[in-house]
Write a protein that binds this ligand. Sequence first.
Ligand SMILES: Cc1cc2nc3c(=O)[nH]c(=O)nc-3n(C[C@H](O)[C@H](O)[C@H](O)COP(=O)(O)OP(=O)(O)OC[C@H]3O[C@@H](n4cnc5c(N)ncnc54)[C@H](O)[C@@H]3O)c2cc1C
Length: 553
Amino acid sequence: MTLTSPSGDTRSDFSRMRPVPDNLVGDLNHVNAFTGDRLAAGVVDADAPWARERATGLGARVWDPTILKAARDANRVLPELRRLDRLGHEVHDVDFHPAYHQLMALGFGSGVHSLAWTADQPGAHTARAVLTYLWNQIDGSTACPIGMAYAAVPILRSQPELAPWAEKVVVEGYDPADVPIVGKSAGTIGYFMTEKQGGSDLRANVTVARPVGARGPGETYLVNGHKWFASVPMADCYLTVAQTEGGVSCLLVPRRRADGTLNRIRINRLKDKLGNKANASSEIEYHDAEAILVGEEGKGVRTILSSAEYTRLDFAVGSAGLMRAALSQGLYYNDERTAFSSPLSALPIQAPVLADLVLEWAGAAHLGFRVARAEDHQDDVSEKLVSRLLTPVAKFWNCRRVSSVVEEVMQSIGGNAYIEEHPLPRYYREAPLNAIWEGTSNMMVMDVGRVLAREPKAVEPVLDEIRPVAAEHPLLAAAMREIEELVETPEDTARYLVTKIALAVQAALLVEHAPTPVAEAFIASRLGTGWGPGYGTLRGVDVAAVIDYARLG
Ligand SMILES: Cc1cc2nc3c(=O)[nH]c(=O)nc-3n(C[C@H](O)[C@H](O)[C@H](O)COP(=O)(O)OP(=O)(O)OC[C@H]3O[C@@H](n4cnc5c(N)ncnc54)[C@H](O)[C@@H]3O)c2cc1C
């Protein structure tokens, strides 16, 4: 009801009321996501101090309101497929919101995709892992092309015919022009493997490739068939797999041929996805598409999987980054908002929930960075085994846990985190994806089984690392003994074994790198009894100290 006072005041009843203390929490935008995160900053200080300035620069953008808005806009206004131009010519082009290009320019311009290959410094994979951890706090959609570019470099550098793409994909920059690679300042790459009949079993692919003339690595082939999932169709080239006379083979398909014409690839439609919205994921067909054979015919699965250790590392660390993003939002909110005259974060039933989430993030992040460190020491036989075993373990574990972490953070914030203006709904939709692509959870478990079947000693360097810590922690010692028994029959206990390895390694890493209350709480809850899978059931734990580990400072 609007009142008109004798003085002409037309304020409503509502505005005449006493100011309402709204208790609403503004945006988190005053902290650097790198320097404020002692875990990430500690990793760089220990392994790659030369990368501090770069990580600080990217960390400053994570909670920058303009970047948050770009991530929101790019994921709300969906990419659109344009198959024909105004004159009816096939163009198979995708139109993106300008914010998508803004994010691509920032991510690729910051070297998130390439630092590991260009830095020529110790700890380059770890430094790059910290960048991708930060990037996944900004946006999961652009994390896809960034991660694929990172993973593809060794393959692109393996043959001289691929040099034009190898050279451009590592450039720190972004060039969206749809022209042949020679005319571009920077390049991007996609991986087109999955077909309708299934993504896990690449040997069942039906797409075919035949040589135009001579057969063999570097020769030109024509590809015919389809791919049911093909993200980043606007990339400059795609690594794909197809059947040749010699068996399943890997090929590089340029988007444009050297004469500038579009290669014969049709984009049939873009997928309508749960999340990861700004990333165009398409269904495509090859109709005599020109391609270059990569590696030998028949070795395609091995060739393409040679990059899996990088994509899987990327998603393991990326999932820890997504946990970190949600947790940063959750802790900030819980510290700022009050209920029953207390900050939410100090409420006796809420605080253990937050502490439990901190343990999930801390374990996942240290596990991911441990795998990155192994990647930096591939000349050491033990570290090679560590990365061979722990890459699928970390991809399995971190990508499995992230959904429940994001959901529980949403719960800890309440209704305001269910509203699209808050970043949480975007994280929530993003969270399940990393467990699906680049090898599902079961594929990771099978991969661990494969490693142990071929190389039973692969578990030794991992156990050697845990052993000294276990000497001081009986629960960890018991977990070790259990792992030693389980590796004898990995196929019967597959998921349980992988879970045990993940938990034991995280526990040992936390003892080494995290404050004592964090490590003790992790060991007591994850390796002991008296803790439930629902969050907030920690007992006898210094909850305040655990939460403090994750507060952005
Ligand atoms: C948003 C999005 C984007 C994507 N982008 C790309 C892309 O750019 N390029 C690309 O190539 N692919 C892409 N994919 C596809 C993705 O890699 C596949 O979805 C994934 O590899 C799984 O394949 P599938 O979905 O066909 O499932 P399937 O292979 O049919 O598997 C279904 C289920 O069965 C399980 N399973 C299968 N075999 C076994 C077994 N032997 N033992 C136990 N369990 C088993 C799997 O773990 C899974 O849980 C994308 C997917 C999504 C969702």
